[in-house]
Design a protein around this ligand. Structure first.
Ligand code: CP
Ligand code: NVA
Length: 305
């Protein structure tokens, strides 16, 4: 991996993503082989938003590699308020060998990477969630084999998760269709960047407003919450707008028969997805959650070794 930080899937080439998957799968199959891979190395975990999966998988993951982690809650650091991003970076680089950050503005992870001499890993910003997309495409590869030419349809809000899926699909040659209500399209820069990357691999990145059109011939149906962390006040208004975008049995029936159902979790059952779908045999949501561990271990290993 040439990149020194992992801020977006676009930091990695197609070959680097596939190599990361190879390492992740080896770690999954042969955990003890890597028990000392990052022996004695410390990873700071900065969280400005809640988490189950990200916190657990980074914490357990670094320990499985022989290192250890330090959890820093929003109350502790108060990034940019109690202390500037610059000063936090300059302190932490003296103490730890890597920093994972979950925050709001994407600029914060960019600034941290600029100022800190140790690797920065993006654990979710308002713009992107690259570790999630790596775990997701690793999961798709495990279930479907070849990624090139597959069609992933993301149904819902054109948010951080949608952006990272577009970036990963573009790199890997998988078509990504975002089916969203008008006004909730992916960020234009993200769409343009993904479309440009897609030209090299033959992937098609598209945005549609009719979910039934979007899921046609899809190999994967993906959804996420309608209101992301930080958008809680919009939740009620969004519920009305997004109702036609619920992934339920009827919508799944319009995709390929063997389509996977995916969700980054946490799921709001009864809103963006029904119990019937999330608990169906087509659902791989907990495989995705587990693969966060393996994908992130492979990323930490390459950046911090
Ligand atoms: N999918 C995901 O990032 O989950 P958490 O918010 O629980 O970390
Ligand atoms: N889009 C969601 C993803 C949570 C993992 C959010 O940002 O809250």
């Amino acid at each position: 991996m040439r990149a020194q930080d992992f801020l977006t899937v676009r930091d990695l080439s197609r070959e680097e993503i596939l190599e990361t998957f190879v390492i992740a799968l080896d770690m999954k199959a042969n955990r003890s082989k890597y028990a000392d891979a990052l022996k004695g190395k410390a990873l700071a975990l900065i969280f400005e938003k809640p988490s189950l999966r990200t916190r657990t998988t980074f914490d357990i993951g670094i320990q499985q590699l022989g290192g250890y982690s330090l959890y820093l809650s929003p109350a502790e650091i108060s990034l940019g308020k109690r202390e500037s991003v610059h000063d936090v970076a300059k302190n932490l680089e003296r103490m730890v060998q890597g920093i994972m950050i979950r925050t709001f503005a994407h600029q914060v992870v960019i600034d941290m990477a600029k100022h800190a001499s140790v690797p920065i890993i993006n654990g979710l910003t308002d713009y992107s969630h690259p570790c999630q997309a790596m775990a997701d495409f690793l999961t798709i590869q495990e279930k479907k084999g070849e990624l090139k030419g597959l069609k992933v349809c993301y149904v819902g809000d054109g948010n951080n998760v949608a952006h990272s899926l577009m970036f990963a699909g573009a790199r890997l040659g998988a078509h990504v269709t975002v089916a969203c209500p008008p006004g909730f399209e992916p960020n234009l820069t993200a769409y343009k960047d993904a479309s440009e990357d897609a030209r090299a691999t033959g992937a098609r990145i598209e945005v549609v407003h009719d979910p039934a059109v979007g899921v046609k011939n899809a190999d994967v149906i993906y959804t996420d919450v309608w209101a992301s962390m930080g958008q809680e006040t919009e939740a009620d208004a969004r519920k009305k707008i997004f109702r036609p975008y619920q992934v339920n049995g009827d919508l799944m029936a319009k995709a390929k028969k063997d389509a996977l159902f995916m969700h980054c979790l946490p799921a709001h059952r009864g809103d963006e997805v029904t119990d019937e779908v999330v608990d169906s045999p087509q659902s791989v949501v907990f495989d995705e959650a587990e693969n966060r561990l393996h994908a992130q271990k492979a990323i930490m290993y390459q950046l911090m070794k």
